[in-house]
Design a protein around this ligand. Sequence first.
Ligand code: SF4
Length: 610
Amino acid sequence: FCGACVSVCPTGALADKSSKWDGKPDGMEVSTCPFCSIGCQIELHHKDGKLSKVYPSHDAEINDGQLCVRGRFSMPEATHHHERAKKPMLKRGKYFREVTWSEAQEEVAGKLKGLKPEEFLMLVSGDLTNESLFSAQKFVRSCLSGNSIDSTARLALPGGLGLWTKLFSLPISIKGIAESDAIIAVGLDSRFYFSVVGVQIRRALKHGAKLLTIDARDSNLGRYTDHRLQPMPGQEGILLNAVAGCLSGKKTHLKTIAKHGGMDEDAAKKAIDRINAGANLSVIIGPTVFEYSDTVELLDAIFALAKRKNTNFMPLYHGSNVRGAVELGAFGELLPGGVPSKGPGISLADLMTGKKRPKVLYLVGQAPFLERPDCEYLISQDIYYPPFPIDAFLPAASFAEAGGSLTNIEGRVQELVKIETPPEGAVTGYVRPDWQIFSDLSKKLDCGALGYRNAGDILKEIHEAVPGFPAKPDREPRRLKAESKLTVEKRNDPPAGKGEFLLIVEPAGFQHRGTDLSSVVEGLGELALEQGVRLNPDDLAQLGVEPGGRITITVDGVEVTASTKADGDCPAKVIYCSRPSNFGGLKECKNLEPLYHLKSNPIHVDVKVT
Ligand code: SF4
């Protein structure tokens, strides 16, 4: 259910549940959906200065009158939820107390003052606006010195920043998918994420395009596909490379397709010929494929296909402004404009592995842990509280209250329109845009580097610092320069471990900043992350486990007991486990956490019945 029927209902018999009593809106602004990298254009209807409902915009470049269920229904609830944290808070003895902005700024600035780079880490969300991401890295580098900034956006870009800088140099077009005559889709199921991409695929199929899918699982695209290759998880890259080889005329690769894809050579030849006949090819890579597939083969395949004329790519990833985080240098090893950096500092990996311990940890729209991480003083700046105790909370403005811009997967810098301007007060709260919080803190630190008056000032500065970045929102797609000096992390080791089952841990969830939206948006709760693992029903029957029953997964000295869900889409002897990148609202994931940190993915595991 995507809500399209509600959008077009001529009688008003169908209405959004969260705004059904709002009545006729006062006005409407066209803005950008802040929930994923597609950047759909939306109509934000408002009443009495408050966001009321969201309709799709008939923007021909991206979503053309369509939205997914998350974009269509989550926004009013996500910003107006009664658990929104809207006041500055500080730990005072045993208690967490409301304080004024001035008190909070004094204390936080006092803790930050004089820290060495190895004593501090700021983690920023890949959902922040361009203006806030740029200010965050400038705040760390100019006011605190060092390179101690990192982001869980990194987790959405498996293979590393070098690999994704190269991918962002490819032609990427959402509407180009609908204009294709041939499509290769690898590991994409558009029921759960990126359904707007699924709509574009169906539009192409309607005008006669041919679809080849490469997916270990059955997906919704399996219903429409003309040719389906079904490798073991992790071998998607091998198959895509073989397909790329065949498309460039090397027929010897047909054997590889037959060996790994479950299709005989004649059928493979027919599939290749039909894809080859298409003048415009789109290659879509699902958001989990780089996580567990052979990246050497994947990259070879992608860059071989890029030599073909009129080839469009869609390397999907989670997070709304992850590309902005890469371009604006929100990582220790990367400055704005893709310039490598080598200064001292702490990284997310250092923190996760316990290699380094910051004195002060500053989380901006981030909660990538279930328990309080090891540090002396913990600051959270977000729209909801994180799921662990903190020392200071700085209330950030939500997408509806802040305004700014987001960079989508195609490189368009799109406007996020400010709809709500709540006056500061005990009832309305004291939220401020992230960039303004950094700017105010910089003054307390006597650092003159961030004297911004508005988001527009920052975008102008970004324009000067980052070649090709526009000085104001500009919906023209942009390609990055391919000659990045960053290392591309290549991986083609076979799965580690010795057990009978193959375990895949894949990024998933409806994260926005540090919170999973399924915990605050009632309807999305229906689609929330499972608290267990998924297996083929035949495997469960062989194990003698009823669906919902529990199994124990053992690998590498780790033993995890999890509930099971029968999923006919899973191949035999493969276990799928979803991994959120932020844990706000997801306390229940605790029992699965050891699986998120295994040494390899996929990995062979042993299973016994609990
Ligand atoms: S596909 Fe992405 S951008 Fe579009 S409505 Fe859904 S979450 Fe928003």
